[in-house]
Design a protein around this ligand. Structure first.
Ligand code: PAF
Length: 308
């Protein structure tokens, strides 16, 4: 680890190849304080694409609080972008990202080049997200979830501790469908890792933090607030036991100047199957929304409480 000055937090160790990642995690785990034989050291992995903000800081903080060793990855995964312009525009801010991760106590950052992640060129063998990957975000971004799951499976594999250790990986609840698919992949493929969801971080006015928010012009940012406002209103209606009236909520979003609604719906958070709303037989229902605000596609969600 390389300190940058007397008062600055240590920067994480930076590696770019799978071999260096394995060697460095093994060294860090070996150095973890020894405890009882039935209490092995733990490793927390925080996969990211960089362009980090306070939402990612919360992921790193959750990983730091629960693990001996914390590894983050920073990799803009071409496989999960359908649109070349979107891929090129994605923020690449490694120096700032390292500072943010260092301030959250991350030990090691894996920032591979595309050739390190895909040594055989564009992969022929990929993880399929199946039908759950074809609805909502998957319907608007064909192939996105296959590409996302493929890289997440690789990252989980590459960072997997070689020694006996607890292994956890941290993902934000803002990308709710992504999180549900990762949980499902871990279940279906018996991957030896525990997936932890970390709550959405919002700006004071309610906007869910996203690496894409930096592309919103001032008036677009103000218009984007209709998403979190509408979700909060749905949550309040659910809590009072009132009908959700999704049609009215959709009309409200669509009426906002510059906002092009993709979907607003209520789903089961594990399967993303449509759900009428929360109730005794369905304790968890998630309201999910996606819209284009100017040129920026935003998503958000909120858990609907069962009325008391
Ligand atoms: O959520 C993200 O930043 C990405 O989809 C992930 C999980 C790091 C995979 O590239």
């Amino acid at each position: 680890m390389t300190p940058t000055g007397p008062d600055s937090p240590a920067l994480p160790l930076l590696v770019s190849t799978p071999a260096d990642l394995r060697a460095a995690t093994a060294t860090l785990l070996d150095a973890a304080p020894s405890r009882a034989a039935d209490d092995p050291p733990s490793l927390g992995l925080v996969p990211t694409m960089g362009g980090l903000h306070a939402g990612h800081a919360a992921l790193a903080g959750a990983a730091r609080a629960a693990n001996d060793v914390v590894v983050a990855s920073v990799f803009v995964n071409p496989l999960q972008f359908g649109d070349q312009a979107d891929l090129e525009r994605y923020p690449r801010t490694l120096d700032e990202d390292l500072r943010l991760l260092g301030a959250r106590g991350v030990d090691l950052v894996f920032a591979p080049a595309v050739e390190d992640m895909y040594p055989g060129g564009e992969p022929l063998v990929r993880v399929s997200a199946g039908p759950m990957g074809e609805v909502f975000e998957g319907a608007s971004r064909p192939g996105h979830f296959d590409g996302m799951l493929t890289v997440v499976a690789k990252l989980l594999h590459l960072a997997q501790p070689a020694t006996r250790a607890r292994y956890r990986a941290y993902f934000g609840e803002k990308d709710a469908q992504q999180l549900a698919l990762i949980r499902r992949m871990v279940l279906d493929l018996n991957l030896p890792v525990h997936i932890e969801g970390v709550p959405i971080v919002r700006d004071a006015d309610g906007l869910a933090l996203s690496s894409r928010n930096r592309f919103l012009a001032g008036d677009e940012r103000a218009a984007a607030l209709v998403l979190s406002r509408t979700l909060a209103a749905l949550r309040d209606r659910a809590a009072r036991g009132e009908p959700l009236d999704l049609a009215a909520a959709r009309t409200q979003i669509a009426a906002e100047e510059g906002v092009d609604l993709d979907y607003l719906d209520v789903v089961d958070p594990a399967s993303f199957a449509p759900a009428g709303g929360p109730g005794p037989e369905r304790p968890a229902a998630l309201a999910v929304v996606a819209a284009r605000v100017g040129a920026v596609r935003l998503i958000d969600n909120i858990l609907l409480p069962v009325p008391r």
